[in-house]
Design a protein around this ligand. Structure first.
Ligand code: AMP
Length: 217
């Protein structure tokens, strides 16, 4: 499976990517997870990315492309990949196409996850994330709470609210999504790769994606 998950912040890309990758062994590549780890580890990339992320802005394309060019070359990607949160701009999508062509790789589909805005806002304010960089499991205080004491059910680390989940940063992220990322829907529709999938109940969304004719790499 080689797919891109597209959709607004809070639509469920991370949750669906994790479920699919557990089922079929493809790697989930989340640029957001990679950047959060870099911020936590105070790497050069993390120092550059932090301010953009805290304000709900996008990290510049050249930094994202550096990360992705390196990541997609790693051997675990041969089993297939699920791109979660990348690409997020038209230039990123164009550079990804060029990179995949160079690697002789075709995408199966670009899955555009959809949910009503009130559900997205509710999810963003009630979402919590495991603070362990190699886990980053996603919880929701209303319908999928962490274990007792607010710890991750998988690794036992503390489950926290992300720095970019303040009301101001959330509204900025949605504005930026509409300006810079939503145009990718038309871009991939023109390429014939786009499939729209409702993202209300995770298990149904996963089944709908698996029902497409997807390669078994
Ligand atoms: P996410 O976890 O996908 O919501 O990403 C969190 C934050 O990381 C975003 O609000 C951006 O600041 C940054 N980010 C993640 N992926 C990208 C990307 N492909 N391009 C630019 N910025 C990104």
């Amino acid at each position: 499976m080689r797919i891109i998950l597209l959709g607004s912040p809070g639509v469920g890309k991370g949750t669906i990517a994790k479920l699919l990758s557990r089922e079929n062994g493809c790697v989930q590549i989340s640029t957001g997870d990679i950047l959060r780890t870099a911020v936590k580890d105070v790497t050069k990339l993390g120092i550059k990315a932090k301010e953009y992320m805290d304000n709900g802005n996008l990290v510049p394309d050249h930094l994202i492309m550096e990360i992705m060019e390196e990541r997609l070359m790693q051997s675990d990607c041969r089993k297939g990949f699920i791109l979660d949160g990348f690409p997020r701009t038209i230039p990123q999508a164009q550079q990804l196409s060029a990179l995949l062509e160079k690697m002789n790789i075709n995408l199966d589909y670009v899955i555009n996850l959809e949910a009503p805005m009130e559900i997205i806002l509710e999810r963003l304010t009630t979402r919590r994330t495991c603070c362990n960089s190699s886990c980053q499991e996603i919880y929701n205080i209303k319908n999928n709470p962490p274990a007792e004491g607010g710890v991750c059910k998988i690794c036992g680390h503390k489950v926290v609210q992300r720095d970019d989940e303040t009301p101001e940063a959330i509204s900025e992220r949605i504005k930026i999504y509409n300006q810079k990322t939503a145009p990718l829907i038309g871009y991939y529709a023109k390429e014939g790769l786009l499939r729209n999938v409702e993202s209300l109940h995770a298990s149904e969304t996963v089944s709908a994606i698996k029902a497409f004719n997807i390669s078994e790499v």
